[in-house]
Design a protein around this ligand. Structure first.
Ligand code: 0CM
Ligand code: SF4
Length: 337
Protein backbone atom coordinates (compact mmCIF):
# COMPACT_ATOMS: atom_id res chain seq x y z
CA UNK A 1 0.00 0.00 0.00
CA UNK A 2 1.31 3.48 -0.87
CA UNK A 3 2.50 5.53 2.08
CA UNK A 4 0.26 8.61 2.63
CA UNK A 5 1.98 11.99 2.58
CA UNK A 6 2.20 13.33 6.10
CA UNK A 7 2.44 17.04 6.75
CA UNK A 8 1.79 19.64 9.41
CA UNK A 9 0.21 23.04 8.79
CA UNK A 10 1.48 25.37 11.50
CA UNK A 11 -0.65 28.44 12.19
CA UNK A 12 0.78 31.93 12.50
CA UNK A 13 0.13 33.91 14.54
CA UNK A 14 -0.20 31.53 17.47
CA UNK A 15 0.79 31.57 21.12
CA UNK A 16 1.69 34.53 23.31
CA UNK A 17 -0.02 37.85 22.70
CA UNK A 18 1.30 41.18 23.97
CA UNK A 19 -0.92 41.15 27.07
CA UNK A 20 0.16 37.68 28.15
CA UNK A 21 3.85 38.39 27.61
CA UNK A 22 3.51 41.51 29.75
CA UNK A 23 1.58 39.73 32.51
CA UNK A 24 3.98 36.77 32.78
CA UNK A 25 7.05 39.02 32.81
CA UNK A 26 5.36 41.18 35.44
CA UNK A 27 5.25 38.23 37.85
CA UNK A 28 8.84 37.26 37.03
CA UNK A 29 10.07 40.82 37.60
CA UNK A 30 8.08 41.08 40.83
CA UNK A 31 9.83 37.93 42.08
CA UNK A 32 13.22 39.39 41.10
CA UNK A 33 12.47 42.72 42.77
CA UNK A 34 10.65 41.77 45.95
CA UNK A 35 11.63 38.11 46.41
CA UNK A 36 9.31 35.15 46.99
CA UNK A 37 6.55 34.86 47.78
CA UNK A 38 4.67 37.10 45.39
CA UNK A 39 0.93 36.56 45.52
CA UNK A 40 -1.11 36.46 42.32
CA UNK A 41 -4.88 36.82 42.40
CA UNK A 42 -6.30 34.12 40.07
CA UNK A 43 -4.18 32.49 37.38
CA UNK A 44 -1.99 35.19 35.85
CA UNK A 45 -2.99 33.77 32.45
CA UNK A 46 -5.05 30.66 31.80
CA UNK A 47 -2.22 28.23 31.17
CA UNK A 48 -1.29 25.28 33.36
CA UNK A 49 2.40 25.28 32.41
CA UNK A 50 2.82 29.01 33.05
CA UNK A 51 1.13 28.74 36.44
CA UNK A 52 3.11 25.71 37.64
CA UNK A 53 6.41 27.21 36.45
CA UNK A 54 5.77 30.47 38.29
CA UNK A 55 4.68 28.52 41.39
CA UNK A 56 8.07 26.78 41.34
CA UNK A 57 9.73 30.21 41.32
CA UNK A 58 7.77 31.37 44.37
CA UNK A 59 4.48 32.78 43.12
CA UNK A 60 1.45 31.88 45.24
CA UNK A 61 -1.84 31.86 43.38
CA UNK A 62 -4.94 32.73 45.40
CA UNK A 63 -8.59 33.00 44.49
CA UNK A 64 -9.46 36.06 46.51
CA UNK A 65 -7.65 39.10 47.85
CA UNK A 66 -8.43 38.25 51.49
CA UNK A 67 -6.18 35.18 51.20
CA UNK A 68 -3.16 37.51 50.85
CA UNK A 69 -1.40 38.38 54.13
CA UNK A 70 -1.63 42.03 55.16
CA UNK A 71 1.07 44.22 53.61
CA UNK A 72 2.19 41.59 51.04
CA UNK A 73 2.55 42.08 47.26
CA UNK A 74 -0.27 40.93 44.99
CA UNK A 75 -0.41 40.88 41.20
CA UNK A 76 -3.79 41.13 39.47
CA UNK A 77 -4.12 38.81 36.48
CA UNK A 78 -4.25 39.73 32.78
CA UNK A 79 -8.04 39.26 32.78
CA UNK A 80 -8.69 42.32 34.96
CA UNK A 81 -10.51 42.95 38.24
CA UNK A 82 -13.58 44.85 39.37
CA UNK A 83 -13.03 48.12 41.28
CA UNK A 84 -14.16 46.40 44.48
CA UNK A 85 -11.04 44.21 44.32
CA UNK A 86 -8.80 47.29 44.35
CA UNK A 87 -10.74 48.52 47.41
CA UNK A 88 -10.25 45.18 49.19
CA UNK A 89 -6.52 45.34 48.49
CA UNK A 90 -6.31 48.89 49.84
CA UNK A 91 -8.11 47.84 53.02
CA UNK A 92 -5.48 45.12 53.56
CA UNK A 93 -2.61 47.55 52.80
CA UNK A 94 -1.41 45.29 49.98
CA UNK A 95 1.18 46.40 47.46
CA UNK A 96 -0.73 45.87 44.19
CA UNK A 97 0.64 45.39 40.71
CA UNK A 98 -2.00 45.45 38.04
CA UNK A 99 -1.17 43.14 35.11
CA UNK A 100 -4.56 43.62 33.47
CA UNK A 101 -4.10 43.62 29.70
CA UNK A 102 -4.48 47.18 28.38
CA UNK A 103 -7.03 45.84 25.87
CA UNK A 104 -9.19 44.59 28.74
CA UNK A 105 -8.78 47.94 30.51
CA UNK A 106 -10.04 49.58 27.33
CA UNK A 107 -13.31 47.62 27.62
CA UNK A 108 -13.59 48.60 31.31
CA UNK A 109 -13.30 52.26 30.28
CA UNK A 110 -15.99 51.83 27.63
CA UNK A 111 -18.27 50.30 30.26
CA UNK A 112 -17.72 53.21 32.64
CA UNK A 113 -18.33 55.74 29.89
CA UNK A 114 -21.61 54.21 28.69
CA UNK A 115 -22.80 53.69 32.27
CA UNK A 116 -22.10 57.38 32.98
CA UNK A 117 -24.35 58.20 30.01
CA UNK A 118 -27.00 55.92 31.56
CA UNK A 119 -26.97 53.28 28.78
CA UNK A 120 -28.04 49.70 29.31
CA UNK A 121 -24.86 47.75 28.50
CA UNK A 122 -25.20 44.26 27.04
CA UNK A 123 -21.92 42.52 27.78
CA UNK A 124 -21.46 39.51 25.51
CA UNK A 125 -19.32 36.92 27.27
CA UNK A 126 -19.12 33.65 29.15
CA UNK A 127 -20.80 33.52 32.53
CA UNK A 128 -18.29 33.26 35.36
CA UNK A 129 -15.21 34.05 33.22
CA UNK A 130 -12.89 36.30 35.24
CA UNK A 131 -12.71 38.97 32.57
CA UNK A 132 -16.49 39.30 32.42
CA UNK A 133 -16.75 39.43 36.23
CA UNK A 134 -14.20 42.26 36.26
CA UNK A 135 -15.80 44.27 33.46
CA UNK A 136 -19.33 43.85 34.86
CA UNK A 137 -18.03 45.03 38.22
CA UNK A 138 -17.31 48.48 36.74
CA UNK A 139 -21.03 49.26 36.56
CA UNK A 140 -23.10 46.34 37.86
CA UNK A 141 -26.34 48.29 37.79
CA UNK A 142 -25.98 49.08 34.07
CA UNK A 143 -24.49 45.83 32.75
CA UNK A 144 -26.16 42.55 31.94
CA UNK A 145 -24.40 39.50 30.59
CA UNK A 146 -25.44 37.95 27.28
CA UNK A 147 -23.92 34.47 27.12
CA UNK A 148 -24.23 33.70 23.39
CA UNK A 149 -27.00 33.84 20.80
CA UNK A 150 -29.40 31.66 22.79
CA UNK A 151 -29.30 34.08 25.71
CA UNK A 152 -30.63 37.01 23.65
CA UNK A 153 -34.27 36.26 24.40
CA UNK A 154 -33.60 36.70 28.13
CA UNK A 155 -32.47 40.32 27.75
CA UNK A 156 -34.65 43.14 29.05
CA UNK A 157 -33.69 46.83 28.79
CA UNK A 158 -35.09 50.02 30.28
CA UNK A 159 -34.98 52.10 27.09
CA UNK A 160 -34.42 50.39 23.69
CA UNK A 161 -33.10 53.73 22.33
CA UNK A 162 -30.17 53.64 24.76
CA UNK A 163 -28.52 50.26 24.47
CA UNK A 164 -24.93 49.36 23.61
CA UNK A 165 -23.14 46.02 23.34
CA UNK A 166 -19.62 45.35 24.56
CA UNK A 167 -17.81 42.02 24.76
CA UNK A 168 -15.20 39.84 26.37
CA UNK A 169 -11.92 40.07 24.43
CA UNK A 170 -11.48 36.34 23.76
CA UNK A 171 -14.73 35.22 22.13
CA UNK A 172 -15.46 33.59 18.79
CA UNK A 173 -15.78 36.45 16.30
CA UNK A 174 -18.48 34.66 14.28
CA UNK A 175 -20.59 33.61 17.25
CA UNK A 176 -20.40 37.12 18.69
CA UNK A 177 -21.60 38.61 15.40
CA UNK A 178 -24.52 36.19 15.49
CA UNK A 179 -25.36 37.28 19.03
CA UNK A 180 -25.21 40.92 17.91
CA UNK A 181 -27.43 40.19 14.90
CA UNK A 182 -30.08 38.69 17.15
CA UNK A 183 -29.77 41.52 19.66
CA UNK A 184 -30.24 44.04 16.87
CA UNK A 185 -33.38 42.24 15.71
CA UNK A 186 -34.78 42.94 19.15
CA UNK A 187 -33.19 46.38 19.64
CA UNK A 188 -32.68 48.08 16.24
CA UNK A 189 -31.04 51.13 17.85
CA UNK A 190 -28.37 48.96 19.50
CA UNK A 191 -25.02 50.81 19.44
CA UNK A 192 -21.71 49.15 18.58
CA UNK A 193 -18.62 49.50 20.79
CA UNK A 194 -16.38 52.43 19.78
CA UNK A 195 -13.77 49.88 18.57
CA UNK A 196 -13.46 46.08 18.45
CA UNK A 197 -13.56 44.54 21.91
CA UNK A 198 -12.49 41.11 20.66
CA UNK A 199 -8.77 41.73 20.63
CA UNK A 200 -6.34 41.55 17.72
CA UNK A 201 -4.70 38.37 19.08
CA UNK A 202 -7.98 36.48 19.38
CA UNK A 203 -9.03 37.58 15.89
CA UNK A 204 -5.71 36.73 14.24
CA UNK A 205 -5.48 33.25 15.80
CA UNK A 206 -9.00 32.47 14.60
CA UNK A 207 -8.21 33.83 11.14
CA UNK A 208 -5.19 31.54 10.76
CA UNK A 209 -7.24 28.51 11.83
CA UNK A 210 -9.97 29.40 9.33
CA UNK A 211 -7.39 29.57 6.52
CA UNK A 212 -6.11 26.05 7.14
CA UNK A 213 -9.06 24.22 8.71
CA UNK A 214 -10.50 22.73 5.52
CA UNK A 215 -7.10 21.23 4.62
CA UNK A 216 -6.66 19.50 7.99
CA UNK A 217 -7.82 16.03 8.97
CA UNK A 218 -6.93 16.82 12.56
CA UNK A 219 -6.35 20.10 14.44
CA UNK A 220 -4.27 20.07 17.60
CA UNK A 221 -4.67 23.25 19.63
CA UNK A 222 -2.22 23.71 22.49
CA UNK A 223 -3.90 25.42 25.43
CA UNK A 224 -5.62 24.88 28.76
CA UNK A 225 -9.28 23.99 29.27
CA UNK A 226 -10.04 27.26 31.10
CA UNK A 227 -8.50 29.36 28.33
CA UNK A 228 -11.43 30.86 26.47
CA UNK A 229 -9.46 31.88 23.38
CA UNK A 230 -7.80 28.44 23.13
CA UNK A 231 -11.10 26.56 23.40
CA UNK A 232 -12.54 28.81 20.68
CA UNK A 233 -9.76 27.74 18.28
CA UNK A 234 -10.91 24.11 18.43
CA UNK A 235 -14.50 25.19 17.76
CA UNK A 236 -13.47 27.42 14.85
CA UNK A 237 -11.46 24.56 13.30
CA UNK A 238 -14.40 22.17 13.48
CA UNK A 239 -16.83 24.79 12.11
CA UNK A 240 -14.52 25.37 9.14
CA UNK A 241 -14.03 21.81 8.01
CA UNK A 242 -11.41 20.09 10.14
CA UNK A 243 -12.50 16.48 10.70
CA UNK A 244 -11.38 16.29 14.35
CA UNK A 245 -9.98 18.80 16.81
CA UNK A 246 -8.43 18.47 20.25
CA UNK A 247 -7.11 20.80 22.94
CA UNK A 248 -3.99 19.62 24.78
CA UNK A 249 -1.84 21.19 27.48
CA UNK A 250 1.14 18.98 26.62
CA UNK A 251 2.20 16.66 23.79
CA UNK A 252 1.86 13.64 26.06
CA UNK A 253 -1.92 14.14 26.08
CA UNK A 254 -2.08 13.30 22.38
CA UNK A 255 -3.71 9.94 21.75
CA UNK A 256 -1.90 7.93 19.07
CA UNK A 257 -5.24 6.87 17.62
CA UNK A 258 -6.01 10.48 16.65
CA UNK A 259 -3.42 10.06 13.88
CA UNK A 260 -5.07 6.99 12.33
CA UNK A 261 -5.66 7.67 8.62
CA UNK A 262 -4.56 11.30 9.02
CA UNK A 263 -2.35 12.94 6.42
CA UNK A 264 -2.58 16.65 7.38
CA UNK A 265 -2.39 17.84 10.99
CA UNK A 266 -3.03 21.49 11.84
CA UNK A 267 -1.20 22.87 14.87
CA UNK A 268 -1.84 26.11 16.68
CA UNK A 269 -1.91 27.49 20.23
CA UNK A 270 -3.87 29.95 22.34
CA UNK A 271 -2.70 33.40 23.38
CA UNK A 272 -1.53 32.18 26.81
CA UNK A 273 0.63 29.32 25.53
CA UNK A 274 4.47 29.36 25.59
CA UNK A 275 6.03 28.27 22.30
CA UNK A 276 8.01 25.51 24.02
CA UNK A 277 4.76 23.54 24.35
CA UNK A 278 4.09 23.81 20.61
CA UNK A 279 7.66 22.58 20.01
CA UNK A 280 6.79 19.54 22.11
CA UNK A 281 3.80 18.78 19.88
CA UNK A 282 5.86 19.25 16.70
CA UNK A 283 8.54 16.89 18.05
CA UNK A 284 5.86 14.32 18.90
CA UNK A 285 4.46 14.55 15.37
CA UNK A 286 7.90 14.46 13.71
CA UNK A 287 8.66 11.24 15.57
CA UNK A 288 5.59 9.75 13.90
CA UNK A 289 6.46 10.78 10.36
CA UNK A 290 5.00 14.30 10.33
CA UNK A 291 8.29 16.06 9.65
CA UNK A 292 7.13 18.31 6.82
CA UNK A 293 5.97 21.50 8.60
CA UNK A 294 4.45 24.31 6.54
CA UNK A 295 3.56 27.68 8.06
CA UNK A 296 0.17 29.24 7.30
CA UNK A 297 0.57 32.95 7.97
CA UNK A 298 -2.66 34.92 8.38
CA UNK A 299 -1.25 38.12 9.90
CA UNK A 300 1.91 39.74 11.23
CA UNK A 301 1.89 40.95 14.82
CA UNK A 302 4.19 43.55 16.34
CA UNK A 303 2.18 45.02 19.21
CA UNK A 304 3.89 45.21 22.58
CA UNK A 305 2.97 46.76 25.90
CA UNK A 306 5.23 48.37 28.46
CA UNK A 307 5.31 46.71 31.87
CA UNK A 308 2.95 48.11 34.53
CA UNK A 309 4.11 51.48 35.94
CA UNK A 310 4.63 50.09 39.47
CA UNK A 311 7.15 47.54 38.16
CA UNK A 312 8.92 49.97 35.84
CA UNK A 313 9.35 52.47 38.66
CA UNK A 314 10.80 49.85 41.03
CA UNK A 315 13.04 48.33 38.35
CA UNK A 316 14.46 51.77 37.66
CA UNK A 317 15.02 52.46 41.35
CA UNK A 318 16.83 49.12 41.69
CA UNK A 319 18.97 49.84 38.59
CA UNK A 320 17.43 46.83 36.79
CA UNK A 321 16.43 46.70 33.14
CA UNK A 322 12.86 46.87 31.92
CA UNK A 323 14.07 46.70 28.33
CA UNK A 324 12.43 44.48 25.79
CA UNK A 325 14.14 42.93 22.81
CA UNK A 326 14.10 44.72 19.48
CA UNK A 327 11.24 42.45 18.36
CA UNK A 328 9.13 43.67 21.26
CA UNK A 329 9.19 40.43 23.24
CA UNK A 330 10.47 40.05 26.76
CA UNK A 331 12.15 36.78 25.83
CA UNK A 332 15.56 37.49 27.28
CA UNK A 333 14.03 37.89 30.70
CA UNK A 334 11.39 35.16 30.60
CA UNK A 335 11.88 31.44 30.95
CA UNK A 336 8.32 31.04 29.78
CA UNK A 337 8.37 31.72 26.08
O1 0CM B 1 -9.62 34.98 28.34
P1 0CM B 1 -8.91 33.65 28.17
O2 0CM B 1 -9.57 32.59 29.01
O3 0CM B 1 -8.74 33.28 26.76
O4 0CM B 1 -7.48 33.91 28.82
P2 0CM B 1 -6.02 33.38 28.54
O5 0CM B 1 -5.22 33.68 29.77
O6 0CM B 1 -5.98 32.00 28.05
O7 0CM B 1 -5.54 34.28 27.34
C1 0CM B 1 -5.08 35.55 27.43
C2 0CM B 1 -5.90 36.57 27.96
C3 0CM B 1 -6.53 37.44 28.39
C4 0CM B 1 -7.26 38.54 28.92
FE1 SF4 C 1 -4.89 41.16 25.89
FE2 SF4 C 1 -6.06 39.89 23.86
FE3 SF4 C 1 -3.93 38.87 24.99
FE4 SF4 C 1 -6.23 38.90 26.35
S1 SF4 C 1 -5.80 37.74 24.47
S2 SF4 C 1 -4.21 39.41 27.13
S3 SF4 C 1 -7.07 40.87 25.60
S4 SF4 C 1 -4.03 40.83 23.86
Amino acid sequence: MAETTKRVLLAAPRGYCAGVDRAVVTVEKALDLYGAPVYVRKEIVHNKHVVTTLQQRGAIFVDETDEVPEGATVVFSAHGVAPVVHEEARALSLRTIDATCPLVTKVHREAVRFADSDFDILLIGHEGHEEVVGTAGEAPEHIQLVDGPDDVDNVTVRDPEKVVWLSQTTLSVDETMETVRRLRERFPKLQDPPSDDICYATQNRQLAVKQMAADCDLMIVVGSRNSSNSVRLVEVALEHGTRAGHLVDYADEIDESWLDGVSTVGVTSGASVPEILVRGVLDYLAARGFEDVRPVVAAEESLMFALPNEIRRDLKAAGMSDKMRHDGSFAETSALR
